[in-house]
Design a protein around this ligand. Structure first.
Ligand code: CA2
Length: 436
């Protein structure tokens, strides 16, 4: 089915071609209608062409279009200059509206220079005679992306580069939100494992994505660090963290961002808003670990103790954090010291892979958990890890990794498109997918 475009005409335009040809030309409204249908037909649009002398009728048609149409081309005629009611009706429409005037209203009487409708119109054509209507239809076709045209700023091709990413929920989250925003949005998985490629193929893949017009890429394990030398610039957060999970490709430039830390911070603020945060223990100092630790300190955790089986990894993450947040807010402990550090902790964050479907189990002895120790995860597959299950059974407050997965995608979507996504809708979609 073709998208429907309403072409609406206001008072006295039924007289077109019959009076004042010097101003409005000799074509009749029927001629204009035929031309609009011809242009619409070529562009794969169904045209609803209407004219009325009554303000209320025009408003009713705008309401009707609101439910059925993909856009409106409107010549409100004299209502242009008088009708707040027509403006209000148009304001309820979420699709593009283009305003057309046959004559050049700015060359005419002062009272025709102001248009209420221009406040809402995506564009205005005036003084092109009746040709203005078909020009507006052509423009609308590009804005909404009808057959044979590419929607301007509304088509996005993006992807994820990483290894073993087939089960990722990120493509579905992005694509569904893109569709809900009326975009053409395609999210491709570029899985090094399925392609039989190593991490050294990254440069070649980014170049290819750039050439094929990708708006951006998410980057995951094992490329979050190795992507950095391939970029032109980094956001402040990505630079501080030394890790990039989102690359925006625009105007021949590659800019790296880190939305992982934002994902954890947002999830934490929502899920455990009033949790005590004097001292928290974090397990794991890998790629995700450094972003989560950054988020934790940004969210007001006063002191963070980092534990990793690789002592040098914990030390280097802690040093970076200490430089940004202050020495007194970060420390490192060994796995052997875990019982002692947890004894004084309010919360525990697991950023190790233990608990993932691939690595089942607990990242610490169950006996170290207590009801007054909150527990946060970043794993989202499964949503309920053994750690969360054990902690919940004890009565602890817990936070699963679903929110982090959603909010990193929310922020990446915004960076790729420049359009603010509906975070609640993305969260709901993720929850529905996880329930299946
Ligand atoms: O130039 C335009 O398209 C206008 O919207 C036409 C309106 C006028 O009030 C606007 O300022 C500009 C008037 C439409 C009247 O149409 C007639 C056509 C032929 C003969 C008499 C009126």
């Amino acid at each position: 089915m073709n998208p429907i475009v309403y072409v609406l005409n206001g008072p006295n335009l039924n007289l077109l071609g019959k009076r004042q040809p010097k101003i409005y030309g000799s074509e009749t409204l029927a001629d204009v209608e035929a031309e609009c249908r011809r242009t619409g037909g070529e562009l794969g649009l169904d045209i609803e062409f209407r004219q009325t002398n009554a303000e209320s009728q025009l408003i009713d048609w705008i309401h009707e279009a609101r439910e059925r149409a993909a856009g409106i081309v409107i010549n409100p005629a004299a209502f242009t200059h008088t009708s707040v009611a027509v403006l209000d009706a148009l304001n309820t429409c979420e699709f593009p509206i283009l305003e057309v005037h046959i004559s050049n209203i700015h060359q005419r009487e002062e009272f025709r220079h102001h248009s209420f409708v221009s406040r809402i119109a995506r564009g205005v054509i005036c003084g092109f005679g009746t040709q203005g209507y078909s020009l507006a239809i052509q423009r609308l076709a590009r804005l909404i992306g009808s057959r044979g045209t590419l929607p301007i700023e509304r088509a996005f091709l993006v992807g994820l580069i990483g290894t073993g990413i087939q089960a990722s929920r990120t493509p579905a989250m992005h694509e569904k939100e893109g569709a809900a925003q009326g975009l053409r949005y395609v999210y491709k998985l570029i899985d090094l494992e399925t392609l039989g490629l190593g991490a050294d193929a990254l440069a070649e893949l980014i170049k290819a994505a750039e050439r094929m017009g990708f708006a951006g890429l998410n980057i995951t394990h094992p490329c979050k660090q190795s992507v950095i030398p391939l970029l032109d610039d980094l956001s402040e957060d990505a630079r501080a963290l030394g890790a990039v999970n989102t690359v925006v490709l625009k105007d021949g430039k590659r800019v790296g961002h880190n939305t992982d830390w934002f994902g954890f911070a947002e999830n934490f603020k929502r899920g455990l808003p009033d949790a005590r945060r004097d001292h928290v223990v974090q397990l794991g100092a890998g790629g995700a670990g450094s972003a989560v630790a950054h988020a934790a300190l940004t969210c007001g955790i006063k002191k963070l103790t980092i534990i990793d089986v690789a002592a040098d990894r914990a030390k280097s993450v802690a040093e970076g954090l200490a430089a940004r947040f202050g020495r007194d807010r970060v420390s490192v402990a060994t796995p052997a010291e875990i019982a002692a550090v947890l004894a004084t902790a309010d919360g525990l964050i697991n950023t190790t892979p233990i608990g993932m479907a691939k690595y089942p189990g607990l990242p610490l002895p169950a006996g170290l958990l207590r009801p007054d120790l909150w527990v946060a995860e970043i794993i989202y597959f499964p949503l309920e890890t053994e750690l969360l299950r054990t902690a919940r059974a004890l009565g602890s407050r817990t936070l699963d990794g679903g929110g982090m997965a959603v909010f990193q995608a929310v922020e990446a979507f915004r960076l790729f498109t420049g359009i603010k996504p509906d975070a609640e809708r993305m969260l709901q979609h993720f929850t529905a997918m996880s329930a299946n």
